[in-house]
Design a protein around this ligand. Structure first.
Ligand SMILES: C[S@@+](CC[C@H](N)C(=O)[O-])C[C@H]1O[C@@H](n2cnc3c(N)ncnc32)[C@H](O)[C@@H]1O
Length: 274
């Protein structure tokens, strides 16, 4: 049953898939304009590791797990002097984090939902940070415009991963980085690897972070549950608990039972055309 639900979400017909996700995120942004809701990923926790957590400003502590997902994907790559693009920036928390803590030369966030972009422009007002509406499969930028593309928990919404990856390669400068993290139904992970393999980008790092994501969901469940209860009309609470992956909901169980996997990869564009 869970497996069927996961497979359904990941294998919708292409045009239906784009429109469905756009409507969902447009609706969320229009209905729930909470200024302190700036992330929409499942998070990352260093399960069983003694690694010291990154220092965060007090106002960012509530988003620690979501921020740790970005931090983990980026690793210790120095982003200073780089022009960075995030595709699927959502409510802009990740782009703002990268801009403030990793100090790239410029940071651009793109999202399919114009309502998300309107929210981001109101909420995150840093000089080096800009937001634009755009589709991952047809990015509104010139060739060779960025040194790094970041893509966190968004690609499962795209009708064609191959078209997205062709766009990543097009907008990246030679030696540019592609930082990627997302989930797939377990049966679709091999396809994702083949798509990444066929992208013409070169692998730098790949790992499954399913247990880390599950641990973050577990650790953050109580806080999310309370927020949903306090702020949302009752009609929306069940849907949002499932969307947030709270303990016991279907996505949480999909990770726990390994019906879904979460991958983290870094790839690079070669110096010369391949
Ligand atoms: C789960 S949210 C993740 C947002 C953000 N990366 C984060 O971690 O908070 C997925 C985002 O991908 C965006 N998205 C979905 N399809 C897209 C597409 N074809 N092009 C660009 N963005 C897309 C959605 O609008 C949504 O904001």
């Amino acid at each position: 049953m869970l497996q069927t639900a996961a497979a359904f979400v990941f294998r919708l017909a292409p045009s239906l898939k784009r429109n469905l996700w756009r409507s969902w995120y447009q609706d969320l942004a229009r209905r729930f304009d909470f200024g302190d809701w700036v992330f929409m990923n499942y998070g990352f926790a260093a399960a069983g590791s003694a690694a010291r957590p990154r220092h965060l400003d007090p106002e960012d502590e509530q988003d620690r797990y979501c921020i740790q997902l970005y931090d983990h994907v980026l690793g210790d790559t120095d982003l200073r002097e780089l022009d960075v693009l995030e595709v699927g920036c959502g409510r802009g928390g990740g782009a703002s984090f990268i801009s403030r803590y990793r100090r790239p030369r410029s940071m651009t966030g793109v999202d399919l939902s114009s309502a998300n972009i309107a929210f981001c422009r109101r909420r995150h007002t840093l000089a080096e940070l800009r937001f634009m509406p755009g589709d991952a499969e047809s990015l509104p930028f010139a060739d060779n415009a960025f040194d790094a593309v970041v893509n966190v928990e968004s690609s499962h919404c795209y009708p064609s991963m191959a078209r997205f990856l062709a766009e990543v390669r097009r907008v990246l400068r030679p030696h540019g980085y592609f930082f990627f993290a997302d989930l797939r139904g377990t049966g679709d992970v091999a396809t994702l690897r083949q798509e990444l393999e066929a992208s013409g980008l070169t692998w730098q790092r790949e790992e499954s972070i399913t247990w880390n994501v599950l641990e973050a969901l577990r650790l953050d469940s109580q806080r999310k549950r309370a927020l949903i209860r306090e702020r949302l009309p009752w009609l929306w609470r069940g849907v949002l608990r499932a969307f947030a992956g709270i303990q016991g909901t279907s996505i949480y169980e999909s990770f726990r039972l390994r019906h879904a996997e979460y991958l983290c990869c870094v790839l690079r564009k070669a110096s010369a055309p391949v």
